[in-house]
Design a binder for this molecule. Structure first.
Ligand code: SF4
Length: 460
């Protein structure tokens, strides 16, 4: 559970937030609304009058984790409101936990608030009731992430139909937020102390397709509702901007020059970091996945990106053991890793998700084979990642401090997204008086497979 308890006399809500950063943004919105209405958010089941569980329903293990979390809340508290992705599968939840008070899907803030109101009416407070809602909200709302970075959700849903994925059936087709709305939210976050913006969506490069790239005005200038224009607007804010979940469309090439440009303070206009899930490298498997399959072109593009922006970090994810994947196709994937020399890689053994079309494909791969391929894949990439990090020893990296831990400052370089990538341990961080959210130049003295180690560089 999250955020501390306050005055005990207000109605009290416990909150459990599961799932991806997109679900985290939903949680933040609900928590903000609860606070605006005078609810206290408490940390234990015992202190809570009612518990909200924001679930994830993407893969089977996430469904199991969500059902366990609901079960625990039912056993420990008994008054439970369920929301989030798994809420789209009400039958599954009702079968496991028939006593939950209410079930709603992702972004259905109104249903969650309605359920909270019926289970636990807000306390009538003449002061709160007279103050306009917006004025009660602090400038940035409730954030579950540390104060210095924030997720910025630019759209919902997805127009693709990757055969292993059920997100479009849960979240629907792409719906983009108007660009001025996003830029204003980013502006508020930066005013509130945020130093790193993490742009998220299901498909960041499709941003604006649904609204035909509608033009809007922000700070007296016209911006299209389009990925590149959004990045240009965000670059005006002078903080780090990191893009996640970028589908490999050709127009991704257009934003690479922004990563090589610096603003007046020397900050990259866009962090040289691209989270671009390739999923596989065999054209036939990619076709079965209903993903773009021109792998030669992908390799050429990666080379081009590196020519324009040599310090670009490329993160990707892959699925091994997809139905029908042969040993030769898996070897193609390993060859791709060798050639592409990606910086950060995540991989999953294919896991059938209920409702995904890929489940109907012939020749499923045996579980043992899947696990054996996953281990080989991870070993191959571990060697690449280790060598890539080793090459940074002796360099100076601009980092952002996340926390102070004893003598150390725990920081991240531009190559490290929070929670998914590595860290930079700054050995003299406490002596240097570093604070979370501060930027610092770090001379790198050592490395391992995931992390870097260094000391503050006072010369940079
Ligand atoms: S692009 Fe992403 S969200 Fe959209 S269908 Fe494919 S995997 Fe799912």
């Amino acid at each position: 559970m999250s955020t501390p308890a306050t005055i005990a006399s207000n109605p009290r809500v416990g909150f459990v937030s599961l799932g991806c950063p997109k679900a985290l943004v939903d949680s933040e919105r609900i928590l903000t609304q609860l606070k605006v209405e005078g609810y206290d958010i408490v940390q234990t089941y015992d202190d809570a009058d009612v518990v909200v569980v924001n679930t994830c329903g993407f893969i089977d293990s996430a469904v199991a984790e969500s059902l366990d979390a609901i079960g625990e809340a039912m056993a420990e508290n008994g008054k439970v409101i369920v929301t989030g992705c798994l809420g789209k599968r009400e039958d599954v939840i009702r079968q496991a936990h028939p006593g939950v008070l209410s079930i709603s899907g992702p972004q259905d803030y109104a249903s969650v608030m309605g359920a909270v109101h019926s289970a636990l009416p807000p306390k009538h407070d003449p002061f709160i009731d007279l103050v306009p809602r917006r004025a009660m909200d602090d400038d940035i709302g409730v954030k579950l992430t540390p104060h210095h970075y924030a997720y910025l959700k630019i759209s919902e849903g997805c127009n693709h139909r990757c055969s292993f994925c059920i997100i479009p059936s849960m979240r629907g087709d792409l719906v983009s937020r108007p660009v001025d709305d996003v830029l204003r939210e980013a502006e508020r976050l930066v005013r509130g102390g945020v130093r790193e913006l993490l742009v998220i969506s299901q498909d960041t490069s499709a941003y604006g397709v649904d609204v035909r790239y509608a033009e809007r005005e922000w700070r007296g200038r016209a911006y299209q509702t389009r990925m590149k224009a959004l990045c240009e607007g965000l670059s005006e804010l002078g903080v780090w901007t990191r893009l996640h979940y970028v589908y490999p469309y050709p127009h991704v090439d257009d934003i690479i020059p922004l990563m090589a440009e610096r603003n007046a303070e020397g900050t990259p206009k866009l962090l040289p970091y691209l989270d671009i899930p390739f999923q596989h490298a065999s054209p036939r498997v990619l076709k079965l996945m209903k993903r773009p399959g021109a792998v030669d072109k992908t390799l050429e593009r990666i080379q081009r990106w590196r020519a324009i922006c040599p310090d670009i970090t490329i993160r990707s994810t892959f699925i091994v053991g997809f139905p029908g994947e042969t040993e030769a196709e898996f070897e193609e994937l390993l060859d791709f890793l060798d050639e592409a020399q990606l910086d950060r890689v995540g991989a999953f053994a294919y896991s059938p998700v209920e409702g995904a079309r890929a489940n109907d494909l012939p020749d499923p791969v045996d579980e043992d084979v899947k696990q054996e391929r996953l281990a080989r894949f991870m070993q191959r990439q571990a060697d690449i990642s280790t060598a890539k990090l080793e090459a940074k020893v002796g360099s100076v990296q601009r980092c952002i401090v996340d926390a102070i831990d004893g003598e150390l400052a725990i920081a991240r370089s531009m190559a490290d997204a929070p929670e998914i990538d590595g860290l930079v341990q700054v050995q003299d961080g406490r002596d240097a008086g570093l604070q979370p959210g501060e930027f610092v130049d770090v001379r790198i003295m050592g490395s391992d497979e995931h992390d870097l180690y260094g000391e503050v560089d006072y010369n940079a």
